[in-house]
Design a protein around this ligand. Structure first.
Ligand code: 5GP
Ligand code: MG
Length: 176
């Protein structure tokens, strides 16, 4: 399938994604019953994942959204922008960051360092995808839906220059 100037092929099917999210939702509900966790969703990429995940959360919880980006096109710019839009008081709260994909792990490291300064009661991450690159350096998260290779992926919220977020499945770039 052509998106802008690149070919992509199906990588993770919609049904696999939905099954895995239902599992993670159950796990989070069991771990956070009576903790009223605050989900902090990292925009833009995680918006669809968060929307599906949150509907499997039937314990008391809250959700808010921030923006934090380091990507242009298919390459990381190597610069992590500032966190914008954190409107909630997170002191003494149980925080769960909702991310679409962890690649080098740089964005997540900065985010965790930033949020720790506000003394949350606990701080965990749920990520839809984690690439080998960050697994190799030992980054581990409490909840990871899928571990994947280092290739570029789109769909289910993830974009290629703003295209492809609407796709129901996750696609991987096809090397010509
Ligand atoms: P990191 O700081 O971990 O290298 O990059 C994190 C951010 O880069 C992610 O939140 C995501 O927005 C973007 N990103 C990393 N890998 C991919 C990818 O394969 N596809 C897309 N669409 N975005 C990616
Ligand atoms: Mg992201």
């Amino acid at each position: 399938m052509l998106v802008k100037d690149r070919n992509f092929k199906i990588f993770i099917h919609e049904s696999q994604i939905q099954n895995r999210i239902a599992q993670l939702g159950k796990q989070i509900c069991a771990d956070y019953a009576d903790k009223n966790p605050l989900f902090i969703v990292i925009l833009n990429g995680a918006f669809i994942f968060a929307a599906d995940l949150i509907r499997h959360i039937d314990i008391d919880s809250e959700i808010t959204f921030v923006k934090y980006s380091s990507y242009e096109g298919m390459e990381s710019t190597g610069v992590v922008d500032e966190l914008i839009g954190l409107d909630a008081d997170i002191r003494e709260r149980h925080i769960i960051i909702v991310e679409d994909i962890v690649d080098s792990g740089m964005t997540m490291r900065e985010m965790l360092d930033d949020l720790k300064k506000y003394s949350p009661a606990s701080l965990e991450v749920v990520t839809l995808l984690q690439k080998e690159k960050s697994i190799a350096i030992g980054q581990k998260f409490r909840y990871t839906a899928f571990q994947i290779s280092n290739e570029f992926v789109i769909g289910y919220g993830l974009d290629y220059d703003q295209k492809g977020r609407n796709l129901k499945d996750i696609y991987i770039v096809e090397n010509e």
